[in-house]
Write a protein that binds this ligand. Sequence first.
Ligand code: PAF
Length: 276
Amino acid sequence: MKIFRKVSELKKNIVSIKDTGQSIGLVLTMGSLHDGHLSLIKEAQLHNEFVICSVFINPTQFNNDDDFRSYPKKIDDDIYKLENIGCNLLFLPEIQDVYPNGLVKKKIVNNFRNILCDKFRPGHFDGVATVVDLFFNIIKPTNSYFGEKDFQQVKIIQELVKINNHNIKITQCPSVRDNTGMSLSSRNSKFSNDQLKIFNLLGSKIKEYINLLKKNKINNLDQLKIELLQNNINKIDYLEIRNENNLEITKNYSEARLFIALYIGDIRIIDNFKLY
Ligand code: PAF
């Protein structure tokens, strides 16, 4: 696997890949790769001749410095996993190279805003859209793959592609879940043993309530909220049922998901679950 750290080196290499007429599949990550990321790489490998993965912990999408500094970093492990799966190229840039003019973020997308994570992490999606736009402009892939765990992020990236006329097909890929039904997340690698127990309990509570919702045995989430707070969930940002196309609150479950964001200790967990 080729590893490039400089935007200029990567750009030269991309020109030679494009000269050979190969399609490029891109998977953008912040590292600490787990099976969810690897499923995106596999999907990219199925539909593209050349697959690029980036590992870049993007400072402009964090709401505070502590969260940015303590974000898990496992680059040796990541390189091993990417080599093993047969990824063709890893882009591993430095902050100064991605943001040569300082840490600026732009508000590119206005749709799907002021709800869900945008309400609780102001500016986060501007940081995401800014860095994804930068990477799309540098790499100009044929296809790019994003996980459904970050559902609102996928919607915002689809909007970004339309607004900035990127000629890139965005593929939304299903979450890879653990045996309790929760999506894998890099942040989960920071759980202590006690926090892992709380997380597993959270998984089974959510599963229980998803079944009740699907069978129309409950019509609100009040009891679930109470039970989660009683079971060591620190803080709930949201627990909402929304239509998966327009992200509006709905009571019709035919195209709906339960969206959650909450904390175990200071670790934020987000996930979503189909209700059909
Ligand atoms: O989903 C992520 O890991 C990040 O938000 C992304 C898309 C790599 C942008 O930094």
